[in-house]
Design a protein around this ligand. Structure first.
Ligand SMILES: Nc1nc2c(ncn2[C@@H]2O[C@H](COP(=O)(O)OP(=O)(O)OP(=O)(O)O)[C@@H](O)[C@H]2O)c(=O)[nH]1
Ligand SMILES: [Mg+2]
Length: 409
């Protein structure tokens, strides 16, 4: 059975009815890559989608029925990293990390694979059964970008599927891959990032000082160590609570860490940069292998614009200039179209009044249909609507710019 409306259904997951599904799948990815569009297509739900980042700020769940089996899909907020720098990142990280998931689908943007792959690598460090879904293939085609999906699959060691969210045929292939992954007896483990030799040695040392649960996989153990090394106390507390591992009260470990932090390169601010740099370099290398730009000039132009918009010198002034323009449109600019509309309706009213007098239309009917007060009232409400609309766009614009500056600058 394919993905018909009947098969995907409209059932909304309810917390009290957990037996409704057999498999639990997370849908993760950068903001604005089509997570909610794919989620909606698969579940038949109407989660809000739009062409600006940061709309989904909480987990949304829905059921997708495929080959008579129910899958609980969870649309988690879009993030650029899982270092828990923001509320969205924390929600996404905690969900992926501490929920017994059958698979995690990471949606990536085919038009900027490099940025998306950073998140893929981070997710592959923390959970098994990852499926990479390269979405927006139609946009990539327009920009003359080709991605070698087979090669990407081989390098990452996890299934890679190409999709165009609006094409159900491509989503069927995604569901088939999910089905194959969750039904496979063998837990799949993808490529693990190898850090420098000295970091790997420290990872081993820390690992030997921790008492893990027997149920923990080697991947989970490694991830715990990386977080301890990274030194983010909030994550460490969550790991202690959710996985019942003694970290802060583990004297041997704390003594070791204290000594380690005396070396400059293992101090929190340096080690985090090192870990991130390794991931970034790795994704750069992968992209060199799998992405082909058929129109170099187009790419160069795009990169130049990106460089200016996100540069430390020009980024903030450009953002302020945009804010100024929006403020001007909201307060002054919106009056011009309002005046044009007012003049237009005023003229129509004059014609209608002349016509009503000519045909001796009853006063009560004239009052309802073309009375000046009434039309003025309508004009007022249209003005209110315009202003309200502008204020809303302004708020959304500020939100968008906020995440833009946070993530790019
Ligand atoms: N051309 C094209 N547009 C797409 C595709 N997938 C999604 N879109 C569009 O991309 C925009 C963003 O999609 P969303 O589904 O809202 O993205 P999201 O990842 O849920 O975004 P956040 O909730 O902010 O994280 C929407 O305008 C979609 O219609 C695709 O495969 N091709
Ligand atoms: Mg969304």
């Amino acid at each position: 059975m394919g993905l018909t409306v009947k098969s995907t259904g409209n059932q909304v997951f309810s917390k009290t009815n957990k037996k409704k599904y057999r498999y639990q799948i997370a849908i993760a990815g950068n903001p604005n890559v089509g997570k909610s569009t794919i989620f909606n297509a698969l579940t038949g739900m109407k989660q809000h989608t739009g062409n600006w980042p940061g709309k989904t700020v909480e987990n949304t769940t829905g059921i997708c029925t495929f080959h008579k089996e129910n899958y609980l899909l969870v649309d988690i907020p879009g993030t650029y990293s899982l270092m828990s720098n923001s509320e969205e990142e924390e929600i996404a990280r905690d969900y992926i990390c501490f929920t017994p998931l059958d698979a995690t689908v990471v949606i990536v943007d085919a038009t900027c694979l490099e940025r998306s792959l950073n998140l893929v690598e981070q997710i592959m460090e923390m959970t098994q059964n990852v499926i990479v879904c390269v979405n927006l293939l139609d946009e990539a085609q327009k920009k003359k970008i080709e991605i070698n999906l087979k090669k990407l699959e081989k390098i990452l060691g996890v299934p890679v599927v190409g999709t165009i969210a609006k094409k159900k045929k491509t989503l069927r292939i995604l569901m088939e891959t999910i089905e194959k992954t969750v039904k496979s007896k063998k837990k799949q483990e993808g490529k693990i990032i190898k850090y420098s030799q000295e970091i790997e040695e420290v990872i081993m040392n820390i690992q030997n000082k921790i008492e893990y649960h027997s149920s923990q996989t080697s991947l989970q153990k490694r991830w715990c160590v990386l977080k301890i090394l990274d030194g983010d106390e909030k994550i460490i507390q969550t790991i202690e609570k959710k996985q019942q591992i003694k970290i802060q009260k583990n004297e041997e470990l704390q003594n070791y860490l204290q000594k380690l932090r005396q070396q400059k390169e293992f101090q929190k601010q340096y080690i985090r940069d090192k870990l991130i740099n390794t991931i970034v370099k790795e994704t750069e290398e992968i992209c060199k292998e799998v992405v082909i730009f058929h129109e170099e000039d187009y790419q160069k132009k795009g990169r130049k614009i990106d460089k200016i918009l996100t540069s430390k010198i020009w980024g903030i002034p450009i953002m302020l200039a945009f804010l100024g323009i929006i403020l001007w449109i909201t307060i002054i600019g919106a009056n011009y179209p309002s005046q044009v509309l007012s003049a237009f309706f005023g003229k129509i009213q004059e014609y209608l009044e002349a016509w009503a007098s000519l045909y001796e239309i009853p006063v009560w009917l004239k009052g309802i249909a073309i009375d000046r007060n009434l039309s003025n009232r309508n004009m007022d409400s249209s003005c209110y609507a315009t202003t309200y609309g502008n204020i809303l766009s302004f708020i959304y614009f500020i939100r968008g710019l906020g995440s833009f500056t946070k993530n790019c600058i």
